[in-house]
Design a protein around this ligand. Structure first.
Ligand code: 4NP
Length: 149
């Protein structure tokens, strides 16, 4: 069982999109029993909030199932619980480090690093471009599943 945590700033756009996209990929691959998947924020700004409407709209258009959820902030305990912690952008990496106090087990990565691209997921909060964010997340998730399955 691999436990994967996707992390972004608010946990209402990018990381929940990654959570639902990766859950769907894993299910389609028949690997549901091999994975435990969640998402969380580095900040507490959106605590308790559901997925952002435009993110839900994009998931709906792509046929990715999603459920009502509540944004939450990542904790130090998540570091012990999860095997892989995938950040959406470079600033998330710094914030995760502040929460965990370091990454002695090498669990933390940038999602697109799995696809061989050391760059951030396009941030739809600022660009309003949920298509670009979706495409980036799919590329990262496909590479992640390919490499860890
Ligand atoms: P997310 O998007 O980190 O992808 O969930 C954001 C959500 C909220 C804010 C920024 C990004 N905010 O500044 O409140």
């Amino acid at each position: 069982m691999k436990k994967v945590l996707f992390v972004c700033l608010g946990n209402i756009c990018r990381s929940p999109m990654a959570e639902f996209i990766f859950k769907d990929m894993v299910k389609r691959a028949g690997l549901e029993k091999d994975f435990y998947i969640e998402s969380a924020a580095t900040s507490d700004e959106e605590w308790g909030n559901d997925v952002y409407p435009m993110a839900k709209q994009k998931l709906y258009e792509e046929g990715i199932p999603f459920a009502k959820r509540r944004a939450r902030q990542m904790t130090r305990a998540d570091y012990d619980k999860f095997d892989l912690i995938c950040a959406m952008d470079l600033s998330n990496l710094r914030n995760i480090d502040r929460i965990t106090g370091g990454d002695p087990d090498g669990k933390v990565s940038l999602l697109l690093d799995w696809a061989g691209e050391h760059r951030s997921i396009s941030d739809p909060w600022y660009t309003r471009d949920f298509d670009a964010a979706y495409n980036d997340i799919v590329r990262g998730c496909e590479a992640l599943l390919e490499k860890i399955r």
